[in-house]
Design a protein around this ligand. Sequence first.
Ligand code: SF4
Length: 399
Amino acid sequence: MVPGRTAAVFASLKSNPRLLLAKPSINVFLLGYIRKFRPRRVGGHLILHSHLPPLNSSAYSRFVDMHILRRTPGPSHAQIGVSSVCPHKCGFCYNHGRSGEPLDSDAILRAVSALQELGVVWLGLTGGEPLLNPDLVSIVARAAQKCAVKLFTTGCGLTMEMARDLKRAGLFSVSVSIDHWEAETHDRGRGCPGAFDEAVRAVSTFRSAGLDTGVSAVLTGDMMRSGSVEKLLAFLATLNIHEAWLSEAKPSGRDSWKESPVFGEQDRRQMAALQDEYNRKGLLNVNYLGHFEGPDHFGCNAGTKMVYVDSFGEVSPCVFTPVSFGNVRVRPLREIWEGMSSVFRPASGCFCHQNHGLYPRFDDGRLPIPPDRARELVREAVFAPMSRFQSLLNDRLEE
Ligand code: SF4
């Protein structure tokens, strides 16, 4: 049975009674946050949304223990590229310009272990296209020992057997990319004929395999202002998915560095309100990253609670920031993390949106911008004040 919101709050506390050791203002914040969503039960998991571990999982208990009670300085969230190959050619791809020798699966597994030791409780597997890594199932199995593992995929080449194997290995959630309700527009944006049909098939396959299944879409300000976001959500509601995972286009690739952000603060606020409305009315579970990362909630945690290891081993503060603080092939991940987190700060505003104007000055033709230049860039960067949750956690607000 799917619990109501109040029942989910109690289920969360029952699974993690130690939460009551956190100061009251943190619990009030978390309870208020939980009530903005419609919790769902999929495969025994009690899921608020797919950017947090299930509320009844050991990964969530680790989150509470390490990141709320003990305030470990390590990351809670990470993404790792498990394949450098992708059949899509998206204009807004955050891996634009990244290249090198791809990590092999042993190196990926070592990086996963290092991330877990640092404190990661939520791990996103990305690429390139992760399904093209023949060792994906064993990577999921290792990662799922300590983390909630989510897969980001185009759905390319998925079979029912693969979907079932991933579920058995412990995958908790999957997002398939679909950016538009019209096949032709989606295929054009992704530079891949047939991408839409393959993605829709993959949604149905993952769902039939019993996995928590969502669709991820990249939004632009134009879509917000033209009402296309509502049309997209209406289409997604017909796919019988568990969640629409939405993020906005970020200035990751060189072409976008000099422009103003394609998604402004007004768009972010409007989209966050739309998410709350959809979830309140039960139209579709909407999980908009700009809501989670907004000033009223968890803020931008690039380089402080979030880390990205790309498929070539470069370590960045998050998938969208085109800067590197080292390569796991050359230096231990812990050392790279310590260097990076010592210069980043928790902030209420997106680091990319606030600082992409600095990128051209530090670009010497190599992407991501290499560590010596990245450190200089961050020294000049602007960090907005902390978000509500960051302030509570860091004792910057009155109880
Ligand atoms: S820099 Fe932007 S995209 Fe990256 S973690 Fe921060 S808010 Fe998210």
